[in-house]
Write a protein that binds this ligand. Structure first.
Ligand code: DC
Length: 236
């Protein structure tokens, strides 16, 4: 019996910081053996470049000029994202608290979003199949994605996860600082620039009381279900 089904598949994962989406997206991509696109890393890389070039973060013209010149290269392997900025390895540097705080200044500028949205679509076209993670992937970047998920969790739980993630990354911070940072980011999410949208046809999952493998299993089950619907009749 021959199954001819091996179609390309775009899966989007959106949600607020600390919802578990990065870890889930990475593990999901690894299980499916397809690429993982960390779009937050791209916004972080632009913020880092602006910092390194001494930009005034309240001057959009400077920020846009910097974003236009940036050369971002991502290694979208399922185990860890490697980020090159103008040829420089910045995978760790983009995870600092300073970059965390600077990134919203660039991600709220429509012209910068447009530059990165186009790059993300190009990566999608080049790779064919991927798990793309961010906050606008199912709503703006890949509206025709094959499966869309939106993860959320209560604020204290999200802060706890983010805090442990940052400790693992070697960032010197406190739970209280992370909680405050997320509270501000949640506030920013309500603004009209870069709104955090739940795509209409996304499956919403509250991960507060779930562990990572439980969430990954739920997503895989849904993806399998969709694949079996799409699967052409097998030939003998
Ligand atoms: O997911 P993250 O923490 O790495 O995201 C970093 C920042 O970039 C955060 O401020 C949200 C923003 N972001 C965005 O505006 N759009 C995306 N697609 C991904 C991230």
């Amino acid at each position: 019996m021959v199954s001819s089904y091996n179609a390309e598949m775009i899966i989007t994962l959106d949600g607020p910081a600390g919802s578990g989406k990065s870890t889930v997206a990475r593990k999901l991509a690894a299980r499916l053996q397809i690429a993982y696109l960390d779009t937050g890393a791209m916004y972080r890389a632009i913020a880092l470049r602006c910092q390194r070039h001494g930009c005034d973060f309240n001057n959009p013209t400077q920020l846009i000029a910097n974003a236009t010149q940036a050369q971002i290269d991502l290694d979208c392997g399922p185990t860890h994202t490697r980020v090159l900025l103008d040829g420089d390895e910045v995978s760790e540097a983009i995870r600092s608290m300073e970059v965390n705080q600077a990134t919203p200044y660039v991600s709220r500028i429509p012209a910068i979003r447009q530059i990165l949205v186009e790059q993300q679509r190009r990566i999608g076209r080049d790779l064919g199949s991927l798990v793309s993670e961010g906050r606008d992937q199912g709503s703006v970047v890949f509206p025709d994605a094959d499966a869309k998920f939106f993860l959320d969790a209560d604020l204290p739980k999200r802060a706890e996860r983010r805090y442990h993630e940052m400790l693992t990354d070697g960032v010197d911070t406190t739970y209280e600082a992370v909680l405050e940072n997320l509270r501000t980011r949640d506030g920013n999410d309500q603004h009209q620039w870069a709104p955090l949208l739940i795509p209409g046809n996304a499956i919403q999952i509250n991960t507060t009381h779930l562990n990572i493998s439980e969430v990954v299993d739920m997503l895989l089950k849904e993806i399998e279900r969709r694949r079996s619907i799409l699967k052409p009749a097998t030939q003998s």
